[in-house]
Design a binder for this molecule. Structure first.
Ligand code: NAP
Ligand code: MG
Length: 514
């Protein structure tokens, strides 16, 4: 069953700066393409240096002189809830936009991505009511004083997001920044910016935020993105994307000691313990791997299977994946859509060739699906490699496509050691009927999230982020919120007599005074 698509003319999206929509300098723009069909579906303004300057200046002014940082938390919460209401009303339309733009199966955007983004927005609204006041334990040395912490917004936040979960990513960035009183310049990926643009349009339409609090620039990372992160008017950079670009961003943040949070790549393990319920563990591990064609940062791309049932698991996995339907993301039956771009498919195919060269055995897939319906887009078969060495490049490098490496282990300790033998540390899943053992394994894994008998489930109250080269800082939860605040210590002196004060050591009281 195909869903009805809007038939509007190809829309043109401008930049949103200081509360107004405007063209990029020189009128430059770029085309956004629907991956499944190769059809251009929108053109979008491309920001140059003058636009980035204007966007940062607007956010700066809104932060330094505007009301938003001082708006009471309950009022910020109310506004975020109102924006969430608007998202809720247009949820289906947003799902359609996200599916067409990113090649994401419509079942996923309808039942997960947009409802999840909405849920997160409401949680950030709720968290906005957290008091900025934090009491401290009583401390009377060296003098009597009352001390407390006041949480203040960091300032102007540059927020850069990738193409694979555009709507949720935009919410993860805007939600905590706004709920704590920051101002923002958001830059979505040129490959799939549309649902983020739509969210900003809703924010604009609500008329609830002061001018300049939210600004949107679009354009390639190598230009608009680099200009934004290097801009001296930016106080904090929040980036989600590849580890490679994350490194550049850290370097760009150094000259002005900007705060950075980075959510980067992964090579997440799923470990099937010998006692796992195989029916669930096989489906779960495959879900962990092939959700959104493996274009998910926390995808379970290395599956560790005990040698006692390695062959059985591989056989069952291959049979199960054969049942998955590759196709048009707009069809409800589709399990796996296209990759985001032809360039991405080429990159993934390069890894499939490498896997063969490295001596891994191709158990399934490895090629492009045949048929006219697959000709216009970068479709790729879900691919399973067996007999993979954990030290091979196939098992060490992030592929960001539908390629699973199944790795054999003999002892649980060996599985944990191999799982941890990675420069990444984003997430992991452990599959077992024995929860005590599963939790013990979870505690030994060097990753920011561990799921037991599940994968991919994001909890807006839980911190999400990476150990090692998977990132710095956390998003979501109170930890994520705190990344958008500066803790300020306020000390109120209680000591009446000069002789009791700290200064007495340095400045003896004048004669006749105590
Ligand atoms: P990417 O190439 O790093 O791009 C991410 C974003 O950064 C895009 O908006 C991109 O803009 C921009 N950008 C590129 N070069 C830049 C530069 N030099 N300076 C500033 N901005 C720049 O990543 P991607 O290919 O879009 O996304 C896939 C990667 O993201 C994977 O590695 C994946 O693991 C990671 N990811 C991580 C998480 C997480 O939470 N940890 C979540 C999702 C994805 P343009 O696209 O417009 O060029
Ligand atoms: Mg696109």
């Amino acid at each position: 069953m195909a869903l009805e698509l809007s038939t509007n003319e190809q829309p043109y999206h401008r930049l949103y700066i200081n509360g107004a929509w405007r063209d990029g300098t020189g009128g430059r723009c770029f085309e956004v393409v629907e991956p499944a069909t190769g059809t251009p579906i929108a053109s979008v303004a491309s920001a140059g240096a003058a636009d980035v300057d204007a966007a940062v200046a607007a956010a700066r002014e809104a932060f330094d002189a505007g009301p938003w940082p001082h708006t009471p938390p309950h009022e910020r919460a109310r506004i975020l809830h109102r924006i969430a209401d608007m998202v809720e009303e247009r949820a289906f339309e947003l799902a359609e936009i996200e599916s067409r733009d990113g090649g994401v199966p419509i079942r996923k955007t309808t039942y997960n991505d947009i409802p999840l983004g909405l849920h997160m927005l409401r949680v950030f609204a709720e968290l906005a009511r957290r008091s900025p006041y934090e009491p401290l334990p009583w401390n009377d040395f060296p003098t009597l004083a009352w001390s407390f912490v006041w949480r203040e917004p960091v300032g102007v936040c540059a927020q850069i997001i990738p193409w694979n979960y555009t709507f949720c990513m935009a919410v993860w960035k805007l939600g905590p920044a706004l709920s704590t009183g920051n101002t923002v310049v958001l830059k979505p990926s040129s490959l799939a910016p549309l649902s983020a643009i739509e969210l900003v349009r809703m924010i604009d339409g609500s008329g609830l935020l002061p001018r300049g609090v939210v600004n949107l620039i679009t354009g390639p990372g190598a230009e608009a993105g680099e200009l934004l992160v290097a801009h001296p008017g930016v106080d904090k950079i929040a980036f989600t994307g590849s580890t490679e670009v994350g490194r550049k961003i850290m370097a760009a943040a150094a000259p002005h000691i900007k705060k950075v949070t980075l959510e980067l790549g992964g090579k997440s393990p799923s470990i099937l313990l010998p006692d796992a319920d195989l029916d669930k563990a096989i489906d779960g591990a495959l879900f962990g791997m092939f959700y959104h064609a493996g274009q998910v940062c926390e995808a379970g791309t290395r599956c560790f299977v005990h040698s006692s049932h390695y062959d059985e698991v591989v056989e069952r996995m291959v049979a199960r994946v054969r049942q998955l339907r590759i196709g048009d993301p707009m069809e409800l039956e589709t399990d796996i859509g296209p990759l985001i771009s032809f360039g991405q498919r080429e990159r993934v195919e390069g890894y499939i060739a490498l896997g063969r060269e490295e001596g891994a055995r191709l158990a399934l897939g490895g090629g492009r699906p045949h048929g006219a319906r697959y000709e216009q887009g970068p479709f790729l078969e879900p691919t399973i490699f067996t007999h993979v060495s954990n030290r091979s490049r196939l098992a060490q490098e992030e592929i960001f496509g539908p390629v699973l490496a199944v790795i054999r282990y003999e002892e649980l300790g060996e599985a944990v050691a191999m799982a941890n033998d990675s420069r990444y540390g984003l997430a992991a899943s452990v599959w077992s009927r024995d929860l005590q053992q599963a939790i013990e394994v979870a505690r030994r894994l060097r990753t920011g999230t561990v799921w037991v008998n599940d994968h991919h489930v994001l909890n807006p109250y839980a911190p999400f982020g990476g150990f090692k080269e998977s990132g710095i800082g956390r998003e979501m939860g109170v930890a994520g919120l705190m990344e958008y605040t500066e803790p300020k210590h306020i000390h109120v002196d209680f000591q009446q007599r000069r002789s009791g004060k700290l200064w007495w050591d340095a400045l003896l009281p004048p004669e006749g005074e105590e």
